[in-house]
Design a protein around this ligand. Structure first.
Ligand code: SAM
Ligand code: SF4
Length: 172
């Protein structure tokens, strides 16, 4: 199952994802309400004995949702689909380290996610400035460490080559 959470609070200039840029968290509410209706409609099409082996939240930025908002899609999905509860599924989420702290990582793990991917792109400050995505190494690695601490069994980072000002040497 794939869930698309299309909101981000700032825009990265290279981005080709399907997204809505807003700082207003309330904009997520009507989207979530429609998402829940869609979950119910889709569930009616499937044999509910079928197990959900793989589940993924992407975006946009799923961690745009606040703590309360984040727990509801998983609860509705559990209500209508047969999610694994022994942590043996591959339940993954894309997160933005600029918008994620230790508490959020812990909550995501409690919700049942066990794989996490962090948006990075490049650590070069000049490149970050050029693409409007300022993100320190310390911030990124703190989130990576939190993911390991809270028991995520797969961690990965997204990098992009081809951004403004990058060279082969700087990217290396
Ligand atoms: C949904 S974002 C990841 C989560 C979060 N929104 C973030 O940026 O940290 C998915 C990934 O798509 C990649 N991406 C976005 N636009 C791209 C493009 N034009 N070409 C290649 N990769 C792109 C980036 O590496 C980005 O981290
Ligand atoms: S935060 Fe992620 S989805 Fe949003 S604009 Fe940046 S790369 Fe795209």
């Amino acid at each position: 199952m794939y869930f698309h959470i299309p909101f981000c609070d700032t825009v990265c200039y290279y981005c080709a994802c399907n997204k809505i840029i807003t700082r207003n968290r309330a904009h997520a509410e009507p989207y979530l309400e429609n998402l829940f209706k869609e979950v119910v409609l889709q569930a009616a099409l499937f044999d509910n004995k079928r197990i959900v082996n793989q589940l993924h939240w992407g975006g946009g930025t799923p961690t745009f949702l606040d703590c309360g908002q984040m727990s509801r899609p998983m609860a509705v999905t559990r209500q209508h689909f047969n999610l694994k509860d022994d942590d043996s599924g591959e339940y993954s989420i894309e997160i933005d380290p600029r918008a994620t702290d230790d508490q959020t990582i812990r909550q995501l793990r409690e919700l049942g996610f066990n794989r996490i991917s962090l948006g990075v792109q490049d650590f070069d400050p000049a490149v970050q400035q050029a693409v409007n995505r300022i993100q320190s190494e310390a911030q990124t690695f703190a989130v990576l460490e939190a993911a390991r601490k809270h028991g995520f069994r797969s961690t990965s980072i997204d990098l992009i080559y081809g951004l403004s000002l990058q060279t082969v040497a700087s990217f290396g």
